[in-house]
Design a protein around this ligand. Structure first.
Ligand SMILES: Cc1cc2nc3c(=O)[nH]c(=O)nc-3n(C[C@H](O)[C@H](O)[C@H](O)COP(=O)(O)OP(=O)(O)OC[C@H]3O[C@@H](n4cnc5c(N)ncnc54)[C@H](O)[C@@H]3O)c2cc1C
Ligand SMILES: *[C@@H]1O[C@H](CO)[C@@H](O)[C@H](O)[C@H]1NC(C)=O
Ligand SMILES: *[C@@H]1O[C@H](CO)[C@@H](O)[C@H](O)[C@H]1NC(C)=O
Ligand SMILES: *[C@@H]1O[C@H](CO)[C@@H](O)[C@H](O)[C@H]1NC(C)=O
Length: 536
């Protein structure tokens, strides 16, 4: 009965998109309350994202009770004379309105337990062992936040996903629509390389199970697919026994070439023989001026340390920090120091610039959340974030350093700048994500915060946005073939250039899985097609 009412409501809504009056009345029908909302507060809460600048108003918000709800909604649009936009929204941590659906319906996939809402996530299965894969996996709802996946798998067998993002309050569907990267990606590949199977609602409203063997074109298309081919309602995620603790180490460089040489050395370990000693996580960041002290990612250094750091002389005024971890538990504890020392010995950092800490694995994974709590307390979390994430080919990273870190940035950065390399062979060429055409490429992430009303001009949104443009211009003018991660492009030809050789495949997948361009309009790649009969 409820389902019937839900469908008839959808039907009425579809009709109302043509004559918009009367939408609120429809909500008085029973059976769907709390599922489909036209409440201005709900609409408002999904109209903005972490970027804090883009605004995209939908006509309604669906809080699905199941994958079937998602399917009914998309089907209603697909069958409608005037197809309306439908976008999944995970935790809304995009920067440029990517999860928006102008005048359409936003499917609010994530209800974190903090908000007390019941969600389909409660249907989560216990982790299981796959003989075929020789490893464990868990099935998670697409809107599940990674922090909740971790909580669940730890509680059910002491397991954990292998490949991460730095921040865990992101949804499974949201990161899998991009790639999902952190310091483990060099070894395990991005999160999209650690998924066995998906349930996906396509743009035709069909709920399809897909994997490498079953409907592989949809499976690979959706991974890194920017929400263009389907809404992920379930993901089968690879797990490993969760490490107990991590040794977390930072070392400093003033010589960029030495820094990247060491990073590339570290990510090559294990390529030839998986059992060779290596770190479990390799990242790094750039320190320009007070960049380190303002680093919100952790309170790693004791208060006296920044003084020490500022006394290190640098050439271009820029320092580089290599960040690595080694996981361990009771059985590997004894050999830990020796292994870490042996790995560090091969590196060429500034002597005596070794900063070490030690903590439970889970605390390490959740490190950014601690910083979030502090920033929230200061009113510095819900502010504009003009972030820019780039993949830079290793062959040009020195030019990038010269022109950007030692050039365009000047002395102020207004937020952390991450830099770490990855191995392309850990990425599946069949997925939709776009990376540079070289075996080793770097993520360079400018994670800056604009401070509204600041008297410091370098903290204004305009200044930082202009700087992002200058960085992109510099790469174009000097022929550095960067690719944007979490891409944001203004025109069709920019998107075409972004996808390069993959553009034809992307268009074919769109025509097959979302022929009416219903899904993911917030990405700005496609807009809904009105059917010819409606145009008449
Ligand atoms: C503080 C912070 C730290 C971050 N750290 C990292 C990091 O370390 N590594 C990294 O890789 N990224 C990182 N990101 C970026 C993040 O992975 C992406 O912005 C991701 O899209 C956010 O997930 P979300 O659930 O908020 O997605 P949303 O912003 O809600 O959605 C993003 C896109 O995915 C689509 N989408 C959402 N759910 C689904 C679904 N179920 N099925 C299909 N499409 C869907 C949306 O329509 C939209 O196009 C970070 C972002 C923030 C704000
Ligand atoms: C999981 O979350 C619950 C509720 O927030 C918490 O009490 C519990 O300690 C968490 N479990 C783990 C293993 O982190
Ligand atoms: C920087 O490091 C590189 C690689 O180790 C080395 O060849 C170069 O001489 C170093 N430059 C300086 C100024 O020390
Ligand atoms: C950075 O600061 C130093 C000293 O404070 C100054 O000499 C230099 O010109 C500044 N560089 C840039 C690029 O602004």
């Amino acid at each position: 009965m409820a389902h019937y009412l839900f469908l008839s409501l959808l039907f009425l809504i579809c009709t109302s998109f043509i004559s918009t009056a009367g939408l609120p009345e429809l909500l008085r029908f029973g059976g769907v309350e709390g599922s489909l909302s036209l409440d201005p507060t709900d609409l408002n809460s999904v109209s903005v994202d972490f970027g804090g600048t883009a605004r995209t108003e939908p006509a309604a918000v669906l809080r699905p009770a199941s994958a079937d709800d998602v399917s009914s909604l998309v089907l209603a649009s697909y069958r409608s004379l005037n197809a309306f936009a439908v976008s999944a929204r995970g935790h809304g941590h995009s920067i440029n309105g990517q999860a928006g659906a102008r005048d359409g319906v936003v499917v609010a996939m994530s209800h974190h337990h903090r908000h007390g809402a019941q969600s389909p996530s409660h249907a989560k299965s216990k982790p299981a062992y796959s003989l075929e894969r020789n490893g464990y996996y868990v099935d998670a709802w697409g809107g599940e936040l990674w922090v909740d996946v971790l909580n669940w798998t730890l509680a059910n067998g002491g397991l954990a996903p292998r490949s991460w993002t730095d921040y865990l309050y992101l949804s499974v569907g949201g990161t899998l629509s991009n790639a999902g990267i952190s310091g483990q990606a060099f070894h395990h590949g991005p999160q999209i390389s650690n998924v066995y199977e998906l349930d996906v609602v396509t743009g035709k409203g069909e709920l399809v199970t897909c994997s490498d063997e079953k409907n592989p074109e949809l499976f690979h298309g959706v991974l890194g697919g920017l929400g263009q081919f389907g809404i992920i309602t379930r993901a089968r995620i690879a797990l490993e026994p969760a490490p107990k603790r991590v040794r977390w180490i930072r070392v400093l460089y003033s010589n960029f070439t030495a820094f990247t040489k060491d990073q590339e050395h570290l990510i090559s370990l294990g390529n030839s023989s998986p059992s060779l000693p290596r770190f479990d996580y390799v990242e790094g960041f750039v320190i320009v001026d007070e960049g380190l002290i303002n680093n919100w990612r952790s309170s790693f250094f004791s208060p006296s340390n920044p003084v020490k750091i500022s006394s290190i002389s640098t050439d271009g005024g820029v320092l580089y920090c290599l960040e690595v971890t080694k996981n361990y538990d009771d059985t590997t504890k004894d050999s830990l120091d020796q292994e870490v020392d042996a790995l560090l010995e091969e590196l060429d950092f500034i002597p005596a610039s070794v900063f070490t800490t030690d903590m439970p694995y889970v605390d390490f994974l959740d490190r950014v959340h601690r910083a979030e709590t502090k920033l929230r307390a200061k009113g510095l979390w819900e502010v504009p974030h003009p972030w820019l994430n780039l993949f830079v080919p290793a062959s040009r990273v020195v030019d990038f350093d010269r022109g950007v870190f030692k050039g365009i940035l000047g002395n102020k950065t207004s937020g952390p700048i991450l830099i770490y390399p990855m191995n392309k062979h850990k990425w599946d060429e069949r997925s939709s994500v776009v990376t540079p055409d070289e075996e080793v490429f770097y993520l360079v992430a400018f994670l800056r915060t604009a401070v509204p009303g600041s008297t410091e001009p370098t903290q204004s949104l305009e200044y930082l946005t202009r700087q992002n443009e200058r960085i992109l211009d510099y790469c174009r003018d000097t022929g550095i073939e960067i690719k944007q991660y979490l891409p944001n492009h203004a025109t069709r030809s920019d998107w075409e250039r972004h996808f390069g050789d993959g553009w034809g495949r992307f268009l074919r997948r769109k025509a097959e899985f979302d022929p009416k361009h219903i899904l993911g309009t917030g990405q700005g790649i496609f807009q809904p097609l009105s059917s010819p009969s409606f145009a008449l």
